[in-house]
Design a protein. Structure first.
Length: 532
């Protein structure tokens, strides 16, 4: 630099300007991580006996089991094949996984995450909530916060519909800037844990094996719950969420959450102190548990008004596409018997539409290619103003909020926003990833359970179809098949609508799969719940 001028960083991310340099850095970092991990493993005194077992390996032994190892898709499958794989080879593969357990994107690290999840379950019991958010950064404004666009005077997150350009340009920006995408993912995942589920800030983002710098918030009951905010599920006791890449080259997490709650055994012990009130108290506790589950998980967006005590005015059900109706069997035709003959069992006749309503007017790109359509005005890319408190003004009487919505208007906008998001993000469409656990020679089975079985023994009619079984009631599973005993099945008015939490959905504005895994005692369930 001349004349002692201060260095000014270029406005463009240096990693974005040269992809080869970024690829070299990633390769070097991955190699260095593996070398450090293996070096640390080999220099531990307790591993000397394990290393000595490698001397039993011979070239002929490796050649003999090479085909067997190649036939298995995972290392775990090889290690379980005791009949065809020698013990020395299985011990070597096990040692390799242990040696590389601290290296990301390795089978050893995946096994470590699985063991950590089992340790959490051993310590805290069965998890209460399982959720998987899939953030489409190509449609969100958070990605632009890591780039120079955020420095533009016109850029703001306080407007209803920010101008993000077209979808194709956003996808190209992400492909050219993987570092910025990683920073945006890190920001979104931190905000998701801290503000959607109410986790303490010092419990988010610290590296494994390293001590925490300092506690930034007060500790509440020795759990992960924050003391200054409340999440959608109440105070969480603990959480565990490994991240993995998806087919869209983005990250998504599989979070399991544990809540503070009494076990049924302890609940019965407390209620037995007054035996004459045992049954009534168990029924009351079961009713409250059902209300809690219904407030946490929903599979019918039309029933949102129930959360506010309005049972008489549900929202309009989500539209059913014609191809969905055909797969589900809502055409009103007759079923066929197992012999292929026409039976007297008639399928229901459901209304369907050819396509969903367009988000944008045709003059604004409704007939353009999806990659050329503008993101401004779409429900996923919008930032509705009803989610913000508004401006706070200092008056003579203290602090006051300006231009606040009435409760009725807020509920209406909340319901409309959740309805539109469910239409664009929650409806399930089976694909190759859904069938990866199907057995060879058997028909493809959706691993997400998006199917139903129909059986009419007296008419010799049975089979299964895509789509979930429809319900206009709350059902408690009393069969012990598949470990579902005591689970709550909520309203299901669209066969392809998945379970989610509508408050979390309007916050993250993406596909948010959420399942409440808590169970209740069917014996003490009430016949009716007037408000849920």
């Amino acid at each position: 630099m001349e004349n002692n001028e201060l260095y000014a960083a270029p406005p463009i991310n240096r990693f974005r300007s040269n992809y080869k340099i970024l690829h070299m850095f990633q390769t070097t970092w991955s190699l260095e991580s593996k070398i450090r991990s293996v070096y640390s493993f080999t220099h531990r005194k307790g591993n000397r006996r394990t290393l000595a077992s490698f001397a039993k390996l011979t070239p002929q032994m490796l050649a003999d089991c090479y085909q067997t190892v190649a036939d298995h898709k995972t290392i775990g499958g090889v290690m379980r094949d005791k009949q065809n794989v020698p013990s020395a080879v299985r011990a070597a593969l096990d040692s390799m996984q242990v040696a590389t357990q601290d290296v990301l994107n390795t089978d050893g690290h995946r096994r470590l995450l699985r063991h950590e999840g089992q340790a959490y379950a051993t310590r805290f019991g069965a998890c209460a909530i399982f959720t998987t958010p899939n953030f489409p950064q190509q449609r969100h404004a958070t990605f632009l916060l890591t780039r120079t666009e955020a420095e533009d005077a016109d850029f703001s997150l306080e407007i209803e519909n920010p101008d993000l350009g077209v979808l194709g340009d956003m996808m190209k920006k992400q492909a050219d800037d993987p570092v910025g995408l990683a920073l945006a993912d890190d920001l979104v995942f931190r905000l998701f844990q801290m503000h959607v589920f109410g986790v303490r800030e010092d419990c988010v983002g610290f590296r494994r094996g390293r001590p925490r710098d300092h506690i930034k918030e007060a500790v509440w009951d020795n759990s992960a719950a924050a003391t200054t905010r409340l999440g959608i599920s109440g105070p969480p006791q603990a959480g565990h969420g490994p991240l993995e890449s998806s087919g869209r080259f983005a990250l998504h997490g599989h979070w399991r959450w544990w809540l503070r709650s009494l076990s049924y055994q302890r609940l019965v012990q407390l209620c037995q102190r007054e035996p004459e009130l045992l049954e009534s108290r168990l029924r009351e506790a079961t009713s409250e548990a059902i209300r809690s589950i219904m407030s946490m998980q929903g599979s019918s967006v039309a029933q949102i008004p129930r959360a506010f005590g309005d049972l008489e005015h549900p929202l309009e059900p989500l539209p059913l596409l014609r191809w969905q109706n055909t797969d589900f069997g809502g055409d009103g035709d007759f079923e066929k018997t197992t012999k292929g003959e026409k039976s007297c069992v008639r399928r229901p006749k459901l209304e369907s539409v050819q396509c969903y309503p367009c988000e944008l007017p045709e003059s604004d790109g409704g007939k353009l290619h999806p990659y050329k359509q503008p993101l401004r005005g779409t429900v996923i890319s919008s930032l509705p103003s009803y989610r913000r408190m508004g401006a706070i003004a200092q008056t003579g009487g203290g602090l006051e909020l300006g231009e606040t919505l009435s409760a009725a208007d807020w509920r209406r906008r909340y319901g409309e926003d959740a309805w539109n998001l469910c239409l664009r993000t929650i409806l399930h469409a089976c694909g190759v990833s859904c069938w990866k656990y199907s057995k060879p020679g058997m028909p493809p089975t959706c691993r997400h359970g998006c199917l139903h079985i129909y059986l009419f023994t007296e008419y010799d009619v049975k089979g299964r179809r895509p789509g979930k079984q429809l319900r206009n009631i709350i059902h408690i599973v009393v069969e012990d098949e598949g470990g579902m005993f005591g689970r709550i099945l909520t309203f299901q008015e669209h066969p392809f609508e998945g379970p989610t939490n509508y408050t979390g959905l309007v916050c993250v504005r993406c596909n948010l799969d959420l399942q409440d895994l808590r169970r209740v005692l069917p014996l003490y369930a009430p016949q009716e719940l007037f408000c849920i």
